[in-house]
Write a protein that binds this ligand. Structure first.
Ligand SMILES: *Cc1c(COP(=O)(O)O)cnc(C)c1O
Length: 231
């Protein structure tokens, strides 16, 4: 693993995040980098932590579990579940993750609530919406969000912290902008409906994190841009 390359990539991503904040008139402290470590080994996770990364994302429960075991714990990092979560994995997932970005059904929310109740916890979650209008396996349609919110609000052991979306792969990152703007508007409507602060918008990946920041992202989930040439 080439640590110098990792440092360069990380500095470059942070610099681009700062520039996007500047363009949008936002504070850099309002946007957090979630380094998506699904493709890298534990040495790279350790190096990221040493370089000042505070948050990492995984899209599979088993991967997160294996990495945390190999690292002898979470390294003081906040671990985010960003991939589709099956209900039968909730029990394994809860001890591993600080936040679950990918809740897209009442049934999943209830499963998390039930398990979290048993552990005496309240788990921060985001609701994953499909705002691109593309066919997608995961994420609820914007029209289904009000009903989901109403069903989740009474659950005492999940805390809805905001919304998440994943843009389709596109040639020009500008094409992702309408979907990100739509997520921000959905969050505004959800705030009015629920009275909750809903501080987080998880949106933006390697291809489009700058556009996402311009449209209000508070959590950007970046993987490949950090690991190019790192080996
Ligand atoms: C892999 C992944 C990312 C990061 O994608 P990159 O293009 O490598 O930055 C972000 N979000 C989710 C849900 C992912 O699965």
């Amino acid at each position: 693993m080439d640590e110098a390359a990792l440092r360069r990539n990380l500095d470059d991503v942070w610099r681009r995040m700062a520039a996007a904040c500047e363009r949008a008139g936002r504070q850099i402290d309002d946007v957090l980098l979630v380094a998506v470590v699904k493709t890298v080994d534990v040495d790279t996770v350790r190096a990221l932590q040493a370089l000042g990364v505070t948050d990492v994302g995984e899209n599979r429960v088993q991967q997160a579990q294996a990495k945390r075991e190999a690292l002898g714990g979470g390294l003081g990092l906040r671990w985010h579940m960003i991939g589709h979560l099956q209900r039968n994995k909730v029990r394994h997932a809860l001890p591993l993750f600080e936040m679950i970005h990918s809740v897209d059904s009442v049934r999943l929310a209830r499963a998390i609530d039930e398990r979290a109740a048993g552990e005496g916890r309240r788990v921060p979650i985001l609701l994953q919406c499909n705002t691109s209008g593309e066919e997608s396996k995961f994420g609820l349609s914007p029209a289904a969000l009000p009903e989901l919110l109403d069903a989740i609000l009474p659950l005492e052991h999940v805390a809805v912290n905001g919304l998440m979306t994943m843009a389709p792969f596109v040639a020009d990152p500008e094409e992702t902008r309408p979907g990100f703007a739509a997520l921000r508007e959905l969050a505004d409507q959800a705030r009015v409906r629920t009275g909750l602060p809903l501080p987080h918008l998880s949106m933006g990946m390697t291809q489009d994190f700058e556009v996402a920041i311009e449209e209000g992202a508070t959590l950007v989930r970046v993987g490949s841009a950090l690991f190019r040439g790192v080996g």
